[in-house]
Design a protein around this ligand. Structure first.
Ligand code: APR
Length: 238
């Protein structure tokens, strides 16, 4: 069977880059109300507040840098593909630290902070500066319709067909730095297990999908991920 590796990452992989996780004690959702800031209803109710929230996060991302875990996954991707395997990195993160570390086979299932979307024509455009309620779409010219290109609660994640196709043929699956509480990502370990994949969980602590993992390694991603990636590279090259 062709080796096929699917990796799911969450906020924990970017924590050591200085980007906050969501559900840890001091996480983003302990300081901010996701109902007001991360739902279509919240945006309709107070777009200025929602833009302010994402503008601050975008500014924080400009200053952040990828670390050893992001780099290790990019190296693993190159080694896995060079050995003839299939590889897909699925991230719930809206940061671009995987790309900056060199990852290419990547799906941002919850969108991207450095992109904006027009609510009128649906065009997705690069966005590295603040968004406001008066911005015009560079594609259709309409004003006041721009929103962050992020998937909010109640919206359908991106790339689901590609992700589930990869999970159906996965021989190896790893969840890294995710609490496993947000669906559909929370179901990926079970789907990979049902496909017969060997499964790993790398995080600070056990998440909600713990019983679907064959191997667990709890610690900072900057330590666990390079160690795990090396064992995967040794295996694919053997
Ligand atoms: N190394 C590894 N794991 C870590 C680290 C670290 N340095 N720091 C924290 N973690 C782990 C935590 O133990 C936790 O299990 O990362 C996980 C982060 O969980 P969440 O904050 O729930 O983040 P995530 O799973 O990515 O959330 C999913 O929720 O609000 C939404 O859209 C948002 O994409 C996000 C989704």
């Amino acid at each position: 069977m062709k080796p096929s590796l699917v990796i799911l990452t969450g906020a924990g992989i970017s924590a050591e880059s200085g980007l906050g996780t969501f559900r840890d004690t001091d996480g983003v959702w302990s300081k901010f109300d996701w109902r007001q800031l991360a739902t279509p209803e919240g945006f309709a109710n107070d777009p200025v507040a929602v833009h302010g929230f994402y503008n601050a996060r975008r500014q924080g991302l400009v200053a952040a840098q990828p670390h050893a875990a992001h780099t290790a996954l990019a190296e693993l991707e190159a080694a896995w593909l060079a050995s003839g395997g299939d590889f897909l990195l699925v991230t719930q993160n809206i940061d671009d630290l995987h790309e900056r570390a060199g990852s290419r086979a990547l799906v941002h299932m919850h969108g991207e902070l450095f992109k904006a979307r027009c609510g009128a024509c649906e065009a997705v455009t690069d966005c590295r500066t603040d968004l406001s309620i008066t911005d015009a779409c560079t594609a259709c010219g309409r004003e006041g319709q721009m929103r962050p290109h992020v998937v909010w609660f109640g919206e359908i994640p991106l790339g689901m067909d590609e992700i589930f196709a990869a999970l159906e043929t996965a021989t190896h699956f790893a969840a890294i730095g995710t609490s496993g509480t947000v669906w559909p990502a929370a179901g990926f370990a079970e789907a990979a297990k049902a496909a017969g994949a060997r499964t790993w969980e790398l995080s600070l602590e056990a998440g909600e999908s713990g019983h679907f993992f064959d191997v667990t390694d709890y610690g900072p991603a900057s330590e666990t991920v390079p160690r795990w990636a090396k064992t995967m590279m040794d295996e694919i090259r053997a």
